[in-house]
Structure formats: C-alpha cells, structure tokens
Design a protein around this ligand. Structure first.
Ligand code: CUA
Length: 496
C-alpha cells in the first residue's frame, strides 16, 4: 500500500541552515557580477541596443518571477496544507483530469508566451534588418575573429587594427562579422548583444555607443584554450577624437634616432617579428596589402599547423597608442610588454606566438627547452621600447611612399624592414628561400625574363613563379612603390 513517510517534507535542520549561511556569500559574489558598474554587466548599458535588450530581459524576468512565485507558492501551499498529519489519515479521493483546469493552464501559458514573443521578435527583427536610415552616417567595420584575438578593418577608411576598436560616439556602426578559423562570438556587453563569428559566413550586427569611454568586449563562444582570454576594448570617442585617430592611422611614426634603443628595436623587430606582425599599415595601398598578408599567413599556418613558423597575428600599426596587450589582457607598458615577449603563455595560455615564432626555436627549428626567446634581455627591452614608440609622427616619416629622390633609397634598409622576416641574405631558408646568389639564379629562372625583370616580378607578383620546394605564401609586395622596388632589386643582385 502507498505510504508517505512523515519525514518526506523535513523542516530545515541545523546542518542545512549552516550550509545556506556558507553559500550565501558565494551567491552574493556571483550576483555582484550583475551590478551595473561591472565592466561586463549588461545592466549598466552605454548604447541603445544594449538598453533595449536589457529592458526586454527585465520585462521577461518579472513575468517569469510572477509565474515562479504563483506556481511554487501553490506547490508549497498544497504540500503543507494537505500533508499527511497522522497514521490514521486516509488517502484523499483520487481524480484524473479536470477539463476546465486543463484548458485554463494551457491557455494562460500560451498567452504569456505570446506576450513575451511579440517584443522579442520585434527586437530581433529590428536589430537584424540593419541600421535604420534616420540615424546618421554609418561607419562600416569588419570584425574578424582569430584564435585568440580580434582584427578590425575600416574598409571606408582603409584602416586596419587589432583588439582595440575605435568608434565615434552617437554614430551607428554597421559590422560585418566573420572568423578566420573557428567559431567565435563578438560581444560588447554594455553596447550591444553578441553575434557569432563564423568562418566563411558573414554575419551582421549594428550598434551605437552613446557614451564616450572605454568598454569591454569578450569572445562569447568557446573557441579553444584561450577563449576566456580573448577580449578586446571598444573605445568610444568624440567625432573629433575619432577623426584624429583615423588620421593618425595614416601617419607613420617618425624614424627612430640612429643608435637609440628604438632603432635597435626596429631592426630586431624586422628580423624576428615582422613575418607575423605588420606594424606599418599607414601608407596608401597598405590596407589591401595587409589583407593579402593576413591571408598568406593563414595559408602558411594551415598548410602545417604543427610546424608552421608563420601564424596570423595582430597588426601593430601605431601600437604605442594602444592601452592593452594580449587581446585586452594587460595594461600596455614597458614591463608588461617585456613580460609578454619573454613568456607570452604566462600571460595568455595557448598563444600561438610562443609555439610557432622562430625566436622561440633553436637554429635547428626545435622549440627552445626553456620556452623563452633566443634574444637577450636588452634586445627584448629594445623591441618593447620600439613598439611603444610607434605613434603617429610628424607626417614626414612615411616609409613606403615614393621618394622624389629615388637615387637615395637604401635597398638594404628596404630589405631589412620588409623582407628579413621571411628571407635571409645567406643560403638558409627562413620562411622563404635564402637570397644569396639570387641575381645569378634569377637570370635563368624564367625564359624571356631578365634577372631584373624576374626579381621585380617575384616582388610584385610572387605567385607567378614559385621556387620548387616552397609554397605560395608570399603576398604581392607592390605597395612598396616603384622606387623602393628598384632599390630592392639592385640590392638583391649584390647578394653573393
Ligand atoms: Cu574566440 Cu572564444
């Protein structure tokens, strides 16, 4: 016979009371993440889209709260009011089904769900149908997810940057959102909702930042070991400050003073870091160049993900103006940058740089046993000093525009800042072939092309003729301009 034990609904014991007391601070700590002041709270909104979404959340929350209280209240009331009070209590009369009640509790939830669905769908459709026409001039941005950082392109302004997105206050920003590798998700909690970044598939979203300030962004889709460390910043600026930033992104830094740590750092960066990090996308043509280069890096990495010496990496143009490093992980300064170069994984687990970049390998190509780069402390410090010095200069330092005095261009210097990441001047292979003796080889490489013509073609259109044993990884390098390419060809022919 069916029996209900008296202890079926126990009153709280001393032990459960203690457990509740101990858990309370944990629950409060978790809820503290929801306070509007928290950097990633969706309640302290700074844009109309996030505000609409927060209001919708509150609307649904209060409906759910009322339903919860009514249903749970009825359950608790019935359990207490009709509990078995003594062994002589008999089972109540057992019924099955009550048509009127069943119709009621089918219709009432249906009405509640329709009430929730109408504003939800209206908001989803409103936000997916693009920027309304009456909100002012739209700024187009392409956001690209990479393991584990964000690339931002401004196609209308030919500006490219990483991990720190600058936008003008009050203006609608239309995003094209995609990923280069796996599925990520683009999310700026205080300004807009999240949209997945999917490879080979463009998604769209738009947002408006309504307050000047710096806001947190975060990848919101598990994408690998450093997912939680895949962050970014959104810097909402006045229209004037934003225009100044855009102008700055087209202004090369001034050349470092000869003999300075910055000058040493520049050479070390060109030789050790520039394969993966572009840091000079200020001149006309460099925007398209960087898009090609980033694709070439991806091709190189995907062709051998275990051993590749080349990976997609953030563009570091005017990096000295950044406020964070490691995709929003640390404040940027000399100490944090030195720590990053010395041991990136200690700051961001899984970073590709340490596993693939040549400086973390021995000359034989093995990973160095200590995991540290094969550079001295002062060399690392000089690279950091140089990178922090990269800020818009006086406007005279554009190192890729054609010079009126082409005879004065030093081909060796052009080589040092553009080519040494992938090519040695000896016989050894870095990413591409070593270039010793290239002048002699070039004359017989392609029938009908002189040595000069072949080398020039290899710079402007590398895919036209690939040296056997190498993959087509090099992007076209024609943005250097005629004069620099001439100087480079002349210099390369001197390599024996
Ligand atoms: Cu990218 Cu999670």
């Amino acid at each position: 016979m069916f029996r209900v034990s008296k202890s079926f609904f126990p009153l709280p014991s001393a032990r459960t009371g203690t457990a509740a007391l101990l858990l309370a601070p944990v629950a409060i700590a978790l809820l503290a993440a929801c306070t509007p002041d928290n950097a990633q709270s969706t309640f302290g909104t700074a844009g109309p889209i996030a505000e609409d979404q927060a209001n919708l959340f509150k609307f649904i929350f209060w409906i759910a709260a009322v339903v919860f209280v009514l249903v749970e209240g009825a359950v608790i009331y019935a359990a207490i009011r009709y509990r078995r009070r003594s062994d002589s209590d008999k089972l109540p009369y057992q019924t099955h089904g009550n048509t009127r009640l069943e119709i009621t509790w089918t219709i009432v939830p249906a009405i509640i769900l329709i009430g929730v669905a109408i504003p939800t769908l209206a908001q989803i459709w409103g936000q997916q149908s693009g920027v309304p026409d009456d909100l002012g001039e739209v700024l187009n941005v392409e956001a690209i997810g990479h393991q584990w950082w964000f690339e931002f392109r401004y196609p209308d302004h030919e500006v490219i940057t990483a991990n720190e997105l600058h936008i003008p206050v009050g203006r609608p920003i239309s995003f094209k959102i995609v990923s280069q590798d796996v599925v990520h998700s683009f999310w700026v909690p205080k300004i807009a909702g999240k949209v997945d970044m999917v490879p080979l598939n463009d998604n769209f979203m738009w947002m408006i930042g309504s307050e000047v300030g710096t806001f947190y962004g975060q990848c919101a889709e598990f994408c690998g070991i450093a997912h939680a460390h895949m962050r970014f910043r959104v810097i909402v600026q006045t229209e004037e400050d934003f225009q100044a930033w855009l102008d700055g992104m087209h202004t090369a830094p001034d050349a470092p003073a000869p003999g300075s740590p910055e000058a040493t750092g520049q050479q070390l960066f060109a030789a050790n870091c520039s394969t993966c990090h572009t840091n000079n996308s200020t001149s006309p043509g460099s925007y398209a160049q960087e898009i090609n280069t980033q694709q070439a890096r991806w091709n190189g990495w995907i062709s051998d993900t275990e051993n590749s010496l080349i990976v997609s990496a953030p563009n570091l143009t005017n990096f000295g103006d950044h406020i964070t490093l490691g995709a929003g992980l640390k404040d940027l300064n000399q100490d944090s940058l030195v720590a990053w170069i010395t041991d990136p994984s200690s700051i961001k687990i899984g970073t590709r740089m340490q596993k693939h970049a040549a400086i973390y390998r021995t000359p034989d190509g093995e990973l160095r046993p200590d995991g540290k780069p094969g550079l001295s402390e002062s060399e690392i410090s000089d690279i950091a000093t140089y990178l922090l010095s990269l800020k818009p200069g006086s406007g005279s330092g554009d190192d890729t525009a054609d010079s009126p005095d082409s005879g004065s261009i030093d081909g060796a210097a052009v080589f040092a800042t553009n080519c040494t990441g992938c090519h040695s001047t000896g016989d050894d292979t870095k990413i591409g072939p070593g270039l010793a003796g290239v002048g002699e080889r070039a004359a017989s490489r392609v029938q009908g092309l002189s040595a000069d013509e072949y080398i020039e073609q290899s710079i402007r259109e590398p895919s036209a003729s690939i040296v056997p044993g190498f993959n087509n990884l090099m992007p076209p390098w024609g943005h250097l301009g005629d004069d620099k390419i001439d100087a480079l060809v002349t210099y390369l022919k001197t390599l024996k």
